[in-house]
Write a protein that binds this ligand. Structure first.
Ligand code: PXL
Length: 276
């Protein structure tokens, strides 16, 4: 609830993950957990489970545009997140509407699924850089995505900081460069560049058996958008988002003898997170 007693409506523009771990399903679950009202514009329907992506059906650009226009005709959306945007046509629709409506956008530049399936056409990377990132309030790449966006190999901690600064300077938005692909066995640290200043956001490293990274990126960006929509400042918002991802892994649920998934935590894990 905001200070004026209204529940903020937050929008996700992303793909459906039939397995429920990532995409729209993770975003809406996260919005519910933070008690914001979730609206969704779906870009594509993936047929997947935690082990494989069998098929991706992409919606036409005008179907995405119509969802966005219809949502925004009724809901006073001030904050949104984007995930899997697939191609230039969909990126153009999203960028145009976000700028017209002055929505603060958290962009998770989803490119490849954890299992290796392409979720963004190669030619669409240029469209993201040209049209979407300059409209973003926050950009949350992981290391492989930052390498593709910057055209630069990232192989050390100082490379991560340089890339975060480079992205900030190039696109003018705040950056969370997620270090999950580069852990040291004890903590998972991300580098933030906000208004040109560098910060480190750290949680303990946590490993659950199976495909643990699936959905963490979607969850982080949805949690960040939800907390910003609740009126929290950026520092509290990134801490709440990181704590939520950590807590979702820590309180994972068992679905079969061999299947665990992240799940919104009951406890708060803020005391496990540091920002400096
Ligand atoms: O985590 C990236 C991602 C985003 N959106 C959808 C996905 C995935 C990864 O598999 O399926 C729909």
């Amino acid at each position: 609830m905001t200070a004026r007693g209204k529940l903020p409506a937050v929008l996700t523009i992303a793909g459906s993950d039939s397995g429920g771990g990532a995409g729209i399903q993770a975003d809406l679950r996260t919005f519910n957990a933070f008690k914001v009202y979730g609206c969704s514009a779906i870009t594509a329907v993936t047929s997947q489970n935690p082990n494989e992506v069998r098929r991706v059906d992409v919606l036409p650009g005008d179907a995405v545009k119509c969802q966005l226009e219809t949502i925004l005709a009724a809901f006073p959306v001030r904050f949104a997140k984007s995930g899997m945007l697939v191609n230039r046509e969909i990126i153009e629709c999203a960028a145009e509407i976000i700028s017209q409506k002055r929505i603060a956008l958290v962009v998770d530049p989803v490119m490849v699924s954890t299992s290796g399936t392409r979720l963004l056409e190669e030619s669409a990377i240029a469209a993201m850089k040209e049209l979407l990132f300059p409209q973003a309030a926050w950009l949350t790449p992981n290391i492989p995505e930052a390498e593709l966006i910057c055209n630069k190999k990232i192989s050390s901690r100082s490379d991560i900081a340089d890339a975060a600064k480079m992205l900030y300077e190039k696109f003018g938005c705040s950056i969370i460069l997620k270090g999950g692909h580069f852990t040291n066995g004890s903590c998972a640290s991300d580098i933030i560049c906000h208004e040109g200043e560098l910060f480190t956001l750290v949680s303990p490293e946590i490993n659950i058996p199976g495909n643990t990274a699936h959905g963490t990126g979607c969850t982080l960006s949805a949690a960040l958008a939800a907390n910003l929509a609740l009126g929290k400042n950026w520092q509290s918002s990134v801490i709440a988002a990181k704590a939520f991802v950590y807590g979702s892994l820590a309180e994972n649920v068992l679905l079969s003898d061999s299947l665990r998934q992240m799940y919104p935590p009951e406890q708060s894990f803020h005391d496990q997170i540091s920002l400096y």
